[in-house]
Ligand binder design. Structure first.
Ligand code: SF4
Length: 229
């Protein structure tokens, strides 16, 4: 009854919009996975229970934002990066501390992982580097909160121009594949890369093989596999 209705609500909410630009959260992600998202390739449905767990993170963010406002250090919140051709993104906050600006990105994370973390996750560093680049701010803070124990841990990230430029260059490369309708190669350490473990395109990625290939031809292959069922 209610459970089914709520599950359906979450599944509907999780549907991917038509993609025309990269999200900052795509930074350092598997290019093939991004390609499949742009092309709305058949994906494994994410369990509604998992979606509800992800949603908890939004409430953590709201509370942390409230706390920063209470400290009277917020310069801007939920701020979009300046418009540009290929990338969209919204930083959680820009704050001023001791007369210095910082981009702040909140992350809620499994508590057992957080307690062992001695440095931020690589994809989170990539994301904040892009925020720093687009806002022209030299310092960022990745503020993590443990999902089950509300432990806070923060990491200072200094702007690295060369790294940010490299990330933007990777997006340009992926854009070429998207425009030419050629599927990006899969990750060299497939299927052991952590991204593969959670990837909704695992099944079709295996079917496509390791190298680049035509999306139009591959779509036909998917169709004929579906018809055999
Ligand atoms: S299974 Fe791995 S290599 Fe394939 S699309 Fe997903 S993340 Fe990329």
């Amino acid at each position: 009854m209610l459970k089914e209705l709520i599950d359906k609500y979450y599944q509907e909410k999780a549907k991917d919009y038509d993609r025309v630009k990269f999200y900052i959260s795509d930074a350092a992600k598997c290019p093939r996975q991004i390609f499949f998202k742009f092309k709305k390739a058949p994906a494994k449905k994410i369990d509604a229970r998992l979606l509800r767990i992800f949603d908890q993170g939004n409430y953590v963010h709201l509370r942390l934002m409230r706390d920063l406002f209470a400290l009277n250090i917020v310069v801007a919140s939920e701020i979009d990066i300046p418009p540009n051709e290929d990338i969209v993104g919204r930083a959680d906050a820009i704050i001023r501390l001791n007369n210095q600006l910082y981009v702040v990105d909140f992350k809620s994370i499994n508590s057992s992982i957080l307690s062992k973390m001695t440095e931020p996750k690589k994809d989170h560093i990539a994301q904040i580097q892009l925020y720093l680049h687009f806002f022209n701010i030299k310092n960022g803070i990745l503020l993590y909160e443990g999902k089950d124990n509300s432990l806070l841990k923060e990491f200072l990230v200094k702007y690295d121009r060369a790294f940010a430029k490299k990330l933007i260059g990777t997006f340009s490369e992926i854009k070429k594949y998207i425009n030419q309708d050629i599927i990006c190669p899969r990750l060299p350490d497939w299927p052991h890369n952590w991204q593969c473990q959670y990837c909704p395109f695992r099944k079709i990625c295996k079917m496509a093989g390791p190298g680049p290939c035509s999306w139009a031809e591959f779509k036909e292959k998917i169709k004929s596999e579906e018809q055999k069922k």
